[in-house]
Design a protein around this ligand. Structure first.
Ligand code: ADP
Ligand code: MG
Length: 399
């Protein structure tokens, strides 16, 4: 169906920041009976901020754990990455100012919870967008990472070289200094040279915490508890860590864990407030008889806390990208169901493609925008209502 009405409909949509990829998408959108929403970056603002950090490894400084995590996250396009980088910048700034954020001389048996010092204002502002490497207070201080890998819905991993802390020059395993570049190719690779000082306050304690004495680099993993446990890191079995994680999640925080080797170093509690318009959008859809589901890779406890703020009672949590597709297929299996998926992330792309109507939040990842049928350019969730209403009005004109 490509009559004038479709052209008018897509034209009106475009004028309002709603890109509709063709007449078929418009027709399917007119019949939507159920909407599944991604959480992070879709129902939430996607500007997560670290609100607390706890260290679980004896003698390890919070700033060292944050820098190790930042080394990986500078390569990630996940919204959580910005929160970790801003945390590292904030901890470094606090140390410089004598804020005493390091945990080196404390009793390592107890978790050390610190209220997160605010990052420098410019860093906080930049926290939501790439390139993170240019974040004020971090430039040239975040270590490089080798063999960076992103596991959508789980976390990130890589090997972070530990430089000698003597003399201010970095030395490789052979003891010679040489310039280092980031693992990322391309023209804007951050170039680190021997003029940069050592980043780690306590590299030897990091090595011993990781059980890697003498090592010139650490295997680092950053992500969910499940991700780390799959990699041999004990989280649920560590009483202090488990209690910390549960408490933060019950408050609606996402907990990011940092491990070196098999050792759990630290946990970062990240808050990402729901978008101000999200509650009204869910209420309007439900009032119109459209079912709503929260579909997230985050853990069940955090998902429940967020869903209760939004009046959402159907939740699917702790799913990988393929699990999001399976959950959509289950919704589509209901008789007469026409299911829309609203998402922003790399992890949402398969579900956006599988949905009857994939709706990408415009500020999201490129692959999400590509996989979607509809793009909300203004990243305003109310445009979900606008898009579905526009589709219905347009279809009425065709018939
Ligand atoms: P959502 O579905 O809510 O957008 P994701 O599927 O993107 O969430 O991520 C699920 C979980 O995986 C996150 O809550 C986090 O624990 C972990 N995770 C994914 N990517 C990262 C990353 N780059 N850094 C830290 N944790 C990550
Ligand atoms: Mg998301």
């Amino acid at each position: 169906a490509t009559p004038t009405a479709v052209m008018v409909g897509t034209g009106v949509g475009a004028a309002h920041g709603i890109l509709i990829k063709g007449g078929d998408a418009l027709e399917r959108a007119a019949g939507v009976t159920h909407v599944a929403f991604d959480k992070t970056g879709t129902l939430t603002a996607g500007r997560p901020r670290a609100v607390d950090v706890a260290v679980f490894a004896p003698g390890v400084a919070a700033s060292d754990a944050a820098l190790l995590a930042a080394a990986l996250e500078q390569e990630s396009e996940h919204p959580l990455a910005g929160a970790v980088l801003a945390l590292a910048a904030g901890l470094l700034a606090a140390e410089k100012g004598g804020g005493g954020a390091g945990a080196e001389d404390r009793d390592g048996a107890k978790p050390i919870a610190l209220a997160c010092p605010a990052p420098p204002a410019a860093a906080a502002a930049a926290g939501a967008g790439l390139p993170h490497q240019r974040m004020q207070g971090l430039a040239g201080r975040v270590p490089v990472v080798h063999d960076f890998r992103a596991f959508p819905g789980e976390g990130v991993s890589g090997r972070v070289p530990l430089y000698r802390d003597a003399g201010g020059a970095q030395a490789d395993a052979a003891g010679s200094t040489r310039p280092w570049t980031t693992a990322r190719g391309g023209g804007n690779a951050l170039r680190l040279t021997s003029q940069h000082r050592s980043w780690f306050a306590a590299p030897d304690r990091l090595r011993s915490a990781a059980g890697a004495s003498g090592a010139s680099e650490l295997e680092v993993a950053v992500g969910s508890a499940r991700f780390l446990e799959q990699r041999g890191v004990e989280v649920a079995g560590d009483g202090a860590a488990d209690a910390y994680v549960r408490a933060a999640q019950a408050r609606g925080c996402t907990v990011i864990l940092v491990a070196a080797g098999a050792a759990l170093l630290a946990a970062v509690a990240v808050a990402d407030p729901v978008r101000p318009e999200a509650h009204g959008v869910v209420a309007a859809l439900r009032a119109a008889g459209v079912g709503c589901t929260l579909l997230t890779g985050d853990n069940w406890r955090t998902a429940r806390a967020v869903a209760s703020q939004l009046g959402l009672d159907h939740i699917v949590a702790e799913v990988l990208p393929a699990g999001k597709v399976a959950a959509l297929r289950a919704l589509q299996a209901a008789p007469g169901a026409v299911v829309a998926m609203v998402g922003d992330g790399v992890n949402d792309a398969p579900a956006l493609a599988a949905a009857d109507v994939g709706v990408a939040v415009g500020s999201g990842a490129d692959v999400a925008v590509e996989a979607a049928d509809l793009v909300l350019v203004r990243s305003d969730l109310e445009d979900v209502l606008g898009a579905l209403g526009l589709a219905r009005a347009t279809l009425r004109r065709i018939r």
